[in-house]
Design a protein around this ligand. Structure first.
Ligand code: MG
Ligand code: ZN
Length: 361
């Protein structure tokens, strides 16, 4: 599939560059005052998952680098236990909604998301995930659909979105679709360069970049996904930092949740450690670029995961699961950078949106 995309690229990129419209440049209203925002979502990462980094990691966890810490209640509007789309919509749109909703309120009406709002304020924006880019969590940052299963429609909305950089899986929602429409061609028509070699990601042509690297979800860490999340986070940060405007980047460790559903501790720990390393990339960037706020959180906990003794033997710690679904446990929020102190305390998941926006006047 990647080869087919590359052929597309060879055929269509010169055209795309020639037709590259400068509308966005004309609309730009100067450099925004707020900080850059890197929002890292470990889907399904409760306190015990996060704690696993301290017991199973090699060396120091990057979670250890935070001083400003809070807790969120993640309940959706009708259910104490949320799904990822209601949880994602709370972060991206600032409202609690029903399980399954993507960027719509409890009356199924579209509500503005943070990417749309910050793009108006002249931020550049990006999403990266280890799921398909059309999966519930990333979708909440650019799409509005009444049900998360509508991934063909979600893909169509990505094509028309304000997103400047995206990376993840999901090729099958863009090409070889049931309706035979090639969304790859439409992406290129809309100034996206799709799957270029990484060293060709530059700001020179005012292009936007899209990386679709698997048919659906990305491979698991145990299958050898390698440093995808870490490397594409670096790539996005390098791209955004070459631009004069500020940026908002959402990075999701999607499969911490999938491992929790599978009750597979090895899978979970591998995904969690990958996410931990990616948090380190964000913090390293923020340390060098002072005006950057890093926020790490989760939409909910998955698996009722904990680190328990083996029977009553406290000399042996072993991962155990209480459910193959989500749970209602409060979720830690870790923040670093300008405004990080605002994320201390105990609050509702949708407050995260309002706290971010309050910093980006
Ligand atoms: Mg997710
Ligand atoms: Zn889940």
């Amino acid at each position: 599939m990647k080869l087919i995309l590359k052929i597309y690229l060879l055929l269509l990129v010169p055209l795309a560059i020639m037709s590259c419209n400068t509308e966005k440049h004309i609309e730009k209203k100067g450099i925004p005052n707020g900080p850059n925002i890197i929002l890292l979502i470990g889907d399904g990462m409760g306190l015990s998952q996060l704690s696993a980094a301290f017991y199973y990691g090699n060396g120091k966890s990057n979670f250890d680098r935070f001083k400003e810490i809070g807790f969120i209640n993640t309940s959706s509007i009708k259910h104490k236990i949320t799904d990822s789309s209601a949880g994602g919509t709370a972060f991206s749109c600032g409202e609690k909604t029903y399980n399954g909703a993507v960027g719509v309120n409890s009356d199924s009406v579209s509500i503005p998301n943070i990417v749309e709002i910050l793009s108006e304020k002249n931020y550049n924006t990006g999403v990266i995930s280890t799921s398909s880019v059309t999966h519930a969590t990333p979708a909440c940052f650019y799409a509005h659909v009444v049900n998360r299963g509508m991934q063909d429609e979600i893909a169509e909305q990505l094509v028309e979105s304000d997103i400047d950089f995206f990376a993840g899986g999901g090729t099958s929602y863009f090409s070889n679709r049931k309706d035979s429409i090639s969304l790859i061609k439409k992406l290129i028509d809309n100034d996206y360069v799709i799957n270029p070699e990484n060293d060709l990601v530059t700001t020179e042509a005012d292009s936007k970049y899209g990386f679709l690297l698997a048919s659906d979800g990305m491979p698991t860490m145990l299958e050898g996904r390698g440093d995808f999340l870490l490397e594409y986070t670096k790539l996005a940060l390098n791209y955004f930092s070459q631009k004069p405007e500020n940026f908002f980047l959402m990075v999701e460790g999607s499969q911490i949740d999938w491992a929790g559903h599978d009750n597979n501790a090895d899978y979970l720990i591998a995904e969690l450690l990958d996410f931990d390393s990616t948090v380190g990339v964000a913090l390293d960037f923020a340390e060098k670029n002072q005006n950057t706020l890093v926020i790490v959180l989760a939409d909910h906990e998955t698996g009722g995961f904990t680190l328990a003794p083996d029977g009553s033997d406290y000399s042996i710690m072993k991962p155990v699961f209480a459910t193959d679904g989500h749970s209602a446990t409060l979720i830690p929020v870790l923040a670093w950078g300008p405004g990080a102190e605002n994320f201390k305390g105990v609050f509702q998941n949708n407050e995260v949106f309002h706290k971010i926006l309050a910093l980006t006047k």
